[in-house]
Design a protein around this ligand. Structure first.
Ligand SMILES: *Cc1c(COP(=O)(O)O)cnc(C)c1O
Length: 398
């Protein structure tokens, strides 16, 4: 495809079966959002009014009183914490990240202190928040949350994600109840979740989403919640929000993506994803050393993935080497490999252009065939593999 902007820029034509990955451009933006972005880019618009329209759209889809569009979900965490610290005090807003004598502690379960590409704690600290971890990595109790809340507490952050420890954590309803009894607002980071209403219904004061993940909007974040808090988030544009502000194109794009979400053919998309999974299951059937199973999304999003377990003795390649090789060559396929050390990778069908599932199937067969006759299995020692990957971070720009 010579019209593909990637070939014009000399970029590799990657196929993404790893999920809605920021590092790959997040998602395929839906046509309605593309059109809205294009349409607004050349027009003047009063930004406060554009934000008002977005607020109404977000409110309609989430059931919240109000909403606000930010540059990203990460920015939404920072601005929400800022809002909890300053309220609508314009002077305090200008002083951030210096919080003066205001309460600035932010409680968060230790098992929720994850990295989504950057540490969630840093997004809190950027607003002048002081992170107060609750519990230990794999356990947190209600009494620990209650005990951690003091008159210095400004907010509580709760993360919903496959990244967080998925057992031994305080459920959101209990978490919110304990915080609300002490007058502490609850900010829920639900960046990758499809459920636009559930977290507010369970007690979140602010629910935060990425506009560019499952919604298929341009790069952006969404804040939904009570009018008072959302107003305080909006007002951060007069302070730390200025440098991480969102442009008219993202606001218009998110509005369109949310509108499109209402009428999206969710069942049809699910069926297409399932058809892709079937193609891959078929391609992997009877392949020695390979076990393919369909697994549901760990946080209950309506999405299944293919889990591909690889026995290196028989398949003659480790899961992590297989992931690397899939990503090479002139038809690179980026797989979901964050658990490759366990001997398995995932294929995520939710970001495919029509027909790409067949290319992925061919590539799977191709890479397994390549190593079949090799003298030695291709198994890079895991410690070397990790150190090489870490070292490569510093290689950019070349
Ligand atoms: C992706 C993600 C983020 C960051 O979202 P951006 O919109 O890319 O800033 C934050 N939290 C979680 C749980 C995520 O998955």
């Amino acid at each position: 495809m010579s019209s593909d902007i990637r070939s014009r820029l000399g970029l590799r034509p990657v196929i993404n079966v790893s999920g809605t990955m920021t590092s790959l451009g997040a998602s395929i933006v839906v046509p309605e959002a593309v059109e809205a972005v294009r349409a607004v880019l050349t027009e003047w618009t009063e930004m406060g009014d554009l934000h008002r329209v977005a607020s109404r759209t977000i409110a309609e889809l989430t059931g919240a009183e109000a909403g606000f569009v930010t540059a990203s979900c990460s920015a939404a965490i920072t601005l929400s914490v800022a809002a909890a610290i300053t309220g609508t005090d314009l002077y305090a807003i200008e002083q951030l990240p210096d919080t003066g004598t205001r309460p600035n502690e932010v409680v968060i379960q230790t098992g929720h202190m994850v990295s989504y590409g950057a540490p969630v704690e840093q997004a809190i600290r950027m607003a002048g928040g002081k992170v107060v971890p609750v519990g230990q990595a794999t356990s947190a109790h209600a009494y620990q949350l209650a005990g951690a809340i003091t008159e210095r507490t400004a907010a509580a952050v709760f993360v919903v994600s496959h990244h967080v420890v998925d057992y031994g954590q305080i459920p959101l309803t209990t978490f919110a109840k304990i915080c609300h009894e002490r007058g502490v607002p609850v900010i829920v980071d639900a960046a990758s979740e499809y459920d636009l209403r559930g977290f507010l219904a369970q007690g979140a004061d602010l629910a935060l989403y990425s506009g560019h993940k499952f919604l298929g909007g341009p790069t952006s974040g969404i804040v939904a919640g009570s009018k008072d808090l959302v107003r305080a988030v909006y007002l951060q544009n007069r302070g730390i929000g200025r440098g991480i502000k969102v442009g008219k194109e993202s606001i218009a794009g998110v509005i369109a993506a949310l509108e499109a979400w209402k009428t999206r053919d969710h069942a049809g998309i699910r069926a297409r994803e399932q058809a892709a999974l079937d193609v891959w299951l078929k391609a992997l059937a009877d392949r020695p050393g390979v076990t393919a199973t369909i697994v549901p999304d760990p946080t209950n999003n309506p999405l299944d993935r293919l889990k591909l377990a690889i026995d290196p003795e028989i398949a003659r390649i480790s899961a992590w080497d297989f992931a690397t090789r899939m990503g090479q060559g002139d038809r690179p396929v980026i797989v979901r490999d964050h658990e490759a050390e366990h001997g398995y990778i995932f294929l995520d069908p939710c970001n495919l252009h029509p027909g790409e599932e067949f290319v992925v199937a061919e590539r799977l067969g191709e890479e397994f065939e390549k190593v079949r006759g090799a003298n030695e299995p291709v198994v890079t020692p895991l410690d070397q593999f990790w150190l090489a990957r870490e070292a490569s971070i510093l290689n950019w720009p070349d």
